[in-house]
Design a protein around this ligand. Structure first.
Ligand code: PLP
Length: 432
C-alpha cells in the first residue's frame, strides 16, 4: 500500500518549525488536540472566526443547505442562499455599493476588484487607464495580482519577476512616520506622495487599493481616519477608483461592521472574505458601485466580465454567511466587540510602560504590541521564540515578526482575553 501524501503546511518550514499540532475538535475559542491539549485560539484561526468554532447555528445552516442544494454553477443560474445573502449584506453595506461579485477567498476578491477597475476603463475606450497604486506595508493576498499590490516582503521576494508593477506610496505608519513627523502635530503629510502621483498620472491610473485603517499582515499598522478620508477625496478629485480591501477589517473587527464606516467614507469597490462565513467556509465577495458596473452593461459581448471560479457563489458558503449575518441580527455581537475593545485598551496601556515595547496599537477588537528589535520585520528572530512560548502555555498567537497581536473571536470571555495578554506580558518579561 502506498504511504499517504505528506501535507505541505502553509507558512511552515519543515526543517525549522515544530511538527503541526493535530486538532481533533474545537468549540468556542478552544482548540482540542488529539494528544489531549487545549489551546486558546487568540487569532481567530488566521482572522476568520467570529462567533466561535463549531458554532451550532452556522453548522446547522450548512447541514440544512447541504440537503437542499450544495452547489450550482452561478453563470446563468442563481439560488435562494445567494439571493438571501445579497439581501442580507445590503443591510450593512453602503447604499451606493450596488453590485456583488462572488469569488473564493480574500486574494481572489482582490484580483476581481483590480480586474473590474481595469476593465471598467477599458470598456469605456480608456485602455491606458490601467495602473494600480498601492501602499507601503500593504498585504492583499498570495495570488499573483494580489501579490503585486502587496508590498515587497519575504512572502513576495522569490516571485519578484512575476509581479506586475504598481505605484507604491506612503502608508500612515505613525510609529515610523515615512516623512519624519509626529502624529500630534502633523497634517497627514504622508498623503502628499499620492497627491502628487495622482496629479501627474491620473490618466494612466485605474485604482488605488488600500487596507482601510488597518494594515494587518504588514505589522498591524493602524492609520488615522484622516489618512483614509484624504485618499478618498484624492481619488474622487482625480477620477481614480478606490478599492477598500476589507478582507480582514470587515464584519466588526474594527468596532464597526466595516472599517470604511469608521472613517465615514465609501469606496468604489470593496473586497470581503474571511469573517463573511463566520470562519466556516471560504468565500470572497467584491462589491462595486453603479459607476463601475455601468461600464459592463453593454451590447458589446467583449465588455463582459470573463472571470469566474468553479465554486463561485457556493450554496453552502452562502448558507454559512447568511447564518453569520443572522447572528449579528439577533445576538449582542457589538456588545461583545465593545467589551473586547475595552479590555484591549486597558491591557495595552500597561504594555506601553514596558521598556521593551516600542509601540502599542489598537483598532476595535485588535490589539498589537510592537517590540523593540534590531532585526524588526517578519523574519525577526523573536518570532519563533514568541510563537513557541505562547503555544507551550496553550495560547495560539502568531506574531508578525516583532509585532505581537491579539485578534480574537468575539465570543472570547474577559478571562480568556486576559489570559492571552497575560502570556504576552510573561513572554516580554522573561524572553528578552
Ligand atoms: N487582503 C487582506 C487585507 C488580508 O489580510 C488577506 C489575508 O490575510 C487577504 C487579502 C488574502 O486573503 P486570503 O488569504 O483569504 O486569500
Amino acid at each position: 500500500m502506498s504511504s499517504p501524501l505528506r501535507i505541505w503546511h502553509p507558512f511552515t518550514n519543515s526543517t525549522l518549525d515544530p511538527p503541526p499540532l493535530h486538532v481533533a475538535r474545537a468549540e468556542g475559542v478552544w482548540l482540542y488536540t488529539q494528544d489531549g491539549r487545549r489551546i486558546l485560539d487568540a487569532i481567530s484561526s488566521w482572522w476568520v472566526n467570529l462567533h466561535g468554532h463549531a458554532n451550532p447555528r452556522i453548522a446547522a445552516a450548512i447541514a440544512t443547505q447541504a440537503k437542499k442544494l450544495e452547489h450550482v454553477i452561478l453563470a446563468g443560474f442563481t439560488h435562494d442562499a445567494a439571493e438571501e445573502l445579497a439581501a442580507r449584506l445590503s443591510k450593512w453595506t453602503a447604499p451606493n455599493l450596488t453590485h456583488m461579485f462572488f469569488s473564493d477567498d480574500g486574494s481572489t476578491a482582490v484580483e476581481v476588484a483590480m480586474k473590474l477597475a481595469v476593465q471598467h476603463f477599458s470598456n469605456q475606450q480608456r485602455p491606458q487607464k490601467k495602473e494600480i497604486v498601492a501602499l507601503t506595508h500593504g498585504y492583499h493576498g498570495d495570488t499573483a495580482g494580489a501579490m503585486s499590490a502587496s508590498d515587497d516582503s519575504p512572502f513576495t521576494e522569490p516571485f519578484r519577476g512575476m509581479r506586475f508593477p504598481v505605484h507604491r506610496v506612503n502608508a500612515a505608519y505613525c510609529y515610523r512616520c515615512p516623512v519624519g513627523l509626529k502624529r500630534e502635530s502633523c497634517h497627514i503629510e504622508c498623503s502628499q506622495q499620492l497627491e502628487m502621483l495622482l496629479a501627474e498620472r491620473s490618466e494612466q491610473i485605474a485604482a488605488v487599493i488600500v487596507e482601510p485603517l488597518l494594515q494587518a499582515a504588514g505589522g498591524m499598522i493602524v492609520h488615522p481616519v484622516e489618512f483614509l478620508q484624504r485618499i478618498r477625496n484624492l481619488c474622487t478629485d482625480h477620477g481614480v477608483l478606490l478599492i477598500a480591501d476589507e478582507v480582514l477589517t470587515g464584519f466588526g473587527r474594527t468596532g464597526k461592521m466595516f472599517a470604511c464606516d469608521l472613517a465615514g467614507i465609501t469606496p468604489d469597490l470593496a473586497c470581503l472574505s474571511k469573517g463573511i462565513t463566520g470562519g466556516f467556509l471560504a468565500m470572497g465577495v467584491t462589491l462595486c458601485n453603479e459607476q463601475v458596473a455601468s461600464a459592463f452593461h453593454s451590447e458589446n459581448r467583449t465588455h463582459t466580465f470573463y472571470h469566474g471560479h468553479s465554486y463561485t457563489g457556493n450554496a453552502l458558503a452562502c448558507a454559512a454567511a447568511n447564518a453569520n449575518l443572522q447572528i449579528f441580527d439577533d445576538e449582542p455581537v457589538f456588545d461583545r466587540i465593545a467589551t473586547i475593545a475595552r479590555i484591549t485598551a486597558e491591557r495595552l496601556t500597561q504594555f506601553r510602560a514596558m521598556h521593551k515595547v516600542g509601540d502599542t496599537r489598537q483598532i476595535g477588537t485588535i490589539g498589537a504590541i510592537e517590540l523593540l528589535a534590531e532585526d524588526a520585520g517578519y523574519l525577526s528572530a523573536m518570532r519563533p521564540k514568541l510563537y513557541n512560548f505562547f503555544l507551550e502555555r496553550g495560547v495560539l498567537l502568531r506574531p508578525l515578526g516583532n509585532v505581537v497581536y491579539v485578534l480574537p473571536p468575539y465570543v472570547i470571555s474577559p478571562e480568556e482575553l486576559h489570559r492571552a495578554y497575560d502570556v504576552i506580558q510573561e513572554a516580554i518579561e522573561t524572553l528578552f
